[in-house]
Design a protein around this ligand. Structure first.
Ligand code: FAD
Ligand code: FES
Length: 336
């Protein structure tokens, strides 16, 4: 059972199975639409239903209010079709902005590395059977075997490596995917199912101004992909990477980034510790950025990590006069 779904301004039509989200059906048919979290929390996939009827399914009142529903708005990542539909994304976007868009596909791969790299953080490397094109900053949804649970993890490798995906996984105590599987029974040689790429975090085609990148914990993953890609392709005049942890046990890839710093004049790396005195930067990562930049006017930023860090970072950058449209963020929201 499926229904025809038409995106008015793009003049594109696809078939959406009755049990698949409208967003997923479009992305699978190479119709790119604005979205970020794909789990009903960010609201960036809102669509106006111009004709037809949708089921809102698990859309929460928090992300989609009763008034919005009454006005015919739906979350593309949650809603499924009940009839043929004509839709229009709420968020304005330019399909010709030059950012490459990649079709969402299912993938299967083999675990070729699984290492403890920091406290409660594992490096997972998956060799895919078929390559996956993606943009630096995007993520994949990994399926927990024997369940219908899928969780999002950002690619940490640059997009030039399409068949070998690197992920940084933080253990969430009691978490289904991490504590229950990736830190328990997952092993080298295991087969993994995932789908991707997803998300819209990343640099625009032209990044003319210096960029500050702030990662908390495994929020470093997409920033590593962005930094490696941007340095190889001379995309930004300056890149300043900040990585926050509590103690040295929370840091990883330190030597990798120190080497990169030595190789590239335009790149700086500042690991910051909030609960340990050492010879590096001390304090909350966002406070260190505040100290280092008396003004952020004309700069842009890329933030990734837990919601509290993102919130503090956005506040700090606005206080330093960074334009809100230049603040890009990816929140690692979980079920808690
Ligand atoms: P879950 O089962 O989802 O549980 C999470 C936590 O909530 C656990 O501590 C659990 O005990 C608790 N919990 C569960 N249910 C409840 C409840 N009902 N009430 C209270 N507490 C509850 N993470 C990374 O480490 N690396 C990444 O690169 C990464 N990229 C991401 C990209 C995106 C776009 C998003 C949205 C998230 C990303 N995440 C990333 C987070 C990741 O997707 C998972 O949310 C995280 O790994 C936890 O999954 P889990 O199944 O182990 O835990
Ligand atoms: Fe749908 Fe975030 S709410 S992509």
């Amino acid at each position: 059972d499926s229904h025809q779904v038409r995106i008015q301004s793009l003049e594109r039509t696809t078939n959406c199975p009755a049990d698949q989200s409208i967003l997923e059906a479009c992305l699978r048919d190479d119709i790119w639409l604005p979205h970020s979290c794909t789990q009903g929390t960010c609201g960036s996939c809102k669509m106006k239903v111009l004709d037809g009827e949708v089921a809102h399914n698990d859309s929460s009142e928090y992300t989609l209010t009763t008034e919005e529903r009454a006005a015919g708005i739906a979350l593309g990542c949650q809603a499924t079709p009940r009839s043929p539909l004509v839709l229009e994304p709420v968020e304005q976007f330019d399909p010709d902005d030059g950012v490459p868009r990649h079709q969402l596909r299912d993938h299967v791969g083999t675990v070729v590395a699984l290492d403890d790299i920091a406290r409660d953080i594992r490096l997972l490397v998956v060799e895919l059977d078929e390559p996956m094109e993606f943009n630096p900053g995007q993520y994949a949804e990994i399926l927990v075997p024997g369940s219908d649970v899928a969780r999002q993890y950002s690619m940490a490798n640059p997009p030039s490596e399409t068949s070998r995906l690197e992920f940084h996984i933080r253990r969430a105590p009691g978490g289904v995917a991490t504590d229950g599987w990736m830190f328990r029974s997952l092993g080298l040689g295991d087969r993994i199912e995932l789908k991707g790429p997803l998300g819209d975090f990343g640099m625009p085609v032209v990044q003319e101004e210096p960029a500050i990148l702030i990662g908390g914990g495994t929020g470093l993953a997409p920033l590593k992909s962005i930094v490696r890609h941007a340095l190889t392709h001379d995309l930004a005049p300056e890149l300043h990477l900040y990585h926050g942890g509590r103690t040295e046990q929370d840091l990883y890839d330190v030597e990798f980034f120190r080497d990169l710093e030595r190789e590239h004049d335009r790149f700086t790396y500042r690991p910051c510790l909030s609960e340990q005195d050492w010879d590096g930067a001390t304090g909350m990562v966002t406070d260190v950025v505040l100290q280092d930049f008396p003004s952020c006017r004309g700069l842009s930023a890329y933030l990734c990590g837990p919601p509290a860090m993102i919130e503090a970072g956005v506040k700090a950058l606005k206080r330093r006069r960074m334009a809100p449209r230049r603040i890009h963020r990816e929140e690692f929201l979980d079920a808690s």
